[in-house]
Every structure is written in structure tokens, then in C-alpha cells.
Design a protein around this ligand. Structure first.
Ligand code: BEZ
Ligand code: FE
Length: 291
């Protein structure tokens, strides 16, 4: 077939991808062509605009390194990461809600003993983080791996600073005790702008948007037989809770920073002096209930 024009090009491309051996590849390809052509028909780009759009995607790719994932930022800031997350967690029952993973997770964070200070040497207001992990049937989960990471008191992650992997800070993995509890010391994180010195930052400015996320602590919690949970605790009262640039805030993930101690705390820490604390019981979804 030849002589493609506005009226027949979409059908022609759909026919071309209809023979994909994999039904899923066929479904995805057809939807991609239908939606992409509809988008172009709606916006009617000039040739110059289309060249700039391709330049934007090219720049997004060039911005990516081992520690900078501009495509994740693009997905996050367009709400696609949270949409994918919502689609994949439709039937979670009373399980702790998930939220966007973000680009600053490091798989190789050190495993530390409960009670460790993950902020050794960092300036900031000391904070106790303590919690527990249980299954949906109420059983405490011992030996769950609680991976945690957060920004410093100026809103910067370790991997954003010069220094390489040996400079990891404000992140660690803990193992829950036999009652499913964990606790560690750190500092109060600050709200921060996502990296906005690349094409995603240009996009946000062009859209008249700010680049900020409210203050939060990330958690990735894994245990056999359960769906791995990627979530945050947002600090009650933080700026930007109502305008998170990546649409990640859920009311049920906002927790107050309270005064704890001195003495024993509800999750097993012993404090010689009173200090600020962030607390949470996490509930992992049964792996079989994953969407
Ligand atoms: C984060 O919370 O670490 C994050 C999430 C999405 C984009 C950028 C950062
Ligand atoms: Fe974060």
C-alpha cells in the first residue's frame, strides 16, 4: 500500500503491527499507535515543534547516568508512575498503601543493627524512626527487610552529592526482630526539589509548576510470601503536601513527628533523652492478592 495521508495512515500502521507474534506486543503496539496518532491529530504540531519534541526526548536520554534517571523523573512528574502504581495495587485491603519509588533507591545499602544511627556525622535535628511490620492476618513478620532512605536537612540525597558509592548516608537496611519491630536513629529530612537542572526541570518551568516534594522518609519492605511494599512516610505539617510535584502523597501515609522518651518506646527502643520520633505500623499485602 502507498499514498498515505491523514485519513489512512493510522489504519495502515495498525495493520502493519497486527501480525505481532506476541498478543501483548500486538495489544501494546496498537494502543501506542492509536493514542500517539490521536495526540498528534489533537495538537497538530508544526514541523519545528515536532523536531523540538524529539530533541526533548533525546536530551532526556542523554541526561541519564547510573545516578540520574531523567525518564523516571518524566514519568513521575507526568503522574504516570503513580498511575501505574495505582493500577497495580487495586485490591490491597488494609495493606499499607504504596507510593512512587523515585530515582534515589540504592540496592546496595548497608544492613545495620536496629538502633543504629544512619545519620552519623550529618547535621540536623535527631529523629527516631520506629515501626513494625505485620501480615494482613495480623501476624508480626520477623526478619522482614526494611530498606530506608531519605534526604538530608537541606533536601539532598547522598547520591546527589560528590563522593561516589562509599559516601552512602541516610540510608540502610534493617531486619525486623522476632516481634516484627525495627527502629533506627537519623535526622529530620527536609522537603526538596527534584533534580530540575535537566529537560524535566525545563518542562516544569514551561508548565508553570514548582519542583518540590514534601518532607518524607522512603521505605521498601520485603518478606517471603508478601508483596514488596515501596512507600513513604510524609511528615505532617511539611510544605508541599498538597502539591507534591510527583503526585505521591496519600493522607494515610502522613504521620506526625512526636516527642518520644526518655525510657522505652512502643516499638522497643530505649531512649536516655527525649527526642523526636516518627512511628508506623506497616502492613504487607499477601503476595497472592497482588493485582
Ligand atoms: C524521591 O522521593 O526520592 C523522588 C521521587 C520522584 C522523583 C524524584 C525524587
Ligand atoms: Fe524522596
Amino acid at each position: 500500500m502507498r499514498n498515505f495521508d491523514e485519513d489512512n495512515i493510522t489504519q495502515a500502521v495498525l495493520a502493519r503491527v497486527a501480525g505481532a507474534p506476541s498478543p501483548r506486543v500486538r495489544q501494546v503496539s496498537e494502543a501506542l499507535v492509536r493514542h500517539l496518532h490521536a495526540f498528534v491529530r489533537e495538537i497538530e504540531p508544526t514541523q519545528d515543534e515536532w523536531t523540538r519534541a524529539i530533541g526533548f526526548l533525546t536530551e532526556t536520554g542523554h541526561m541519564c547516568t547510573d545516578v540520574r534517571q531523567e525518564f523516571i523523573l518524566l514519568s513521575d512528574t507526568l503522574g504516570v508512575s503513580m498511575l501505574v502504581d495505582a493500577i497495580n495495587h487495586r485490591h490491597a485491603g488494609d495493606a499499607t498503601p504504596s507510593t512512587v519509588l523515585g530515582p534515589f533507591y540504592v540496592a546496595a545499602a548497608p544492613e545495620l543493627e536496629c538502633g543504629s544511627d544512619i545519620a552519623a556525622g550529618e547535621p540536623g535535628e535527631p529523629l527516631l524512626v520506629e515501626g513494625s511490620v505485620r501480615a494482613q492476618d495480623g501476624t508480626p513478620i520477623a526478619d522482614a527487610i526494611v530498606d530506608t532512605w531519605h534526604s538530608d536537612d537541606e533536601g539532598c540525597y547522598d547520591v546527589q552529592r560528590a563522593g561516589g558509592p562509599e559516601a552512602l548516608s541516610l540510608r540502610a537496611r534493617f531486619r525486623t526482630d522476632r516481634d516484627g519491630k525495627f527502629w533506627f536513629r537519623t535526622i529530620v529530612p527536609a522537603f526538596y526539589p527534584i533534580p530540575d537542572d535537566g529537560p524535566v526541570g525545563k518542562m516544569l518551568r514551561a508548565q508553570g509548576r514548582h519542583p518540590y516534594r514534601p518532607a518524607h522518609v522512603h521505605f521498601m519492605i520485603a518478606a517471603p510470601g508478601c508483596e514488596t511494599l515501596a512507600t513513604h512516610l510524609f511528615l505532617q505539617g511539611s510544605d508541599y503536601l498538597d502539591s507534591d510535584v510527583v503526585f505521591g502523597v496519600k493522607d494515610s501515609l502522613i504521620e506526625p513527628v512526636v516527642m518520644a522518651g526518655p525510657g522505652s518506646t512502643p516499638y522497643g527502643a530505649r531512649l536516655e533523652q527525649a527526642m523526636l520520633a516518627l512511628r508506623r505500623e506497616f502492613v504487607l499485602a499477601d503476595a497472592r492478592s497482588a493485582a
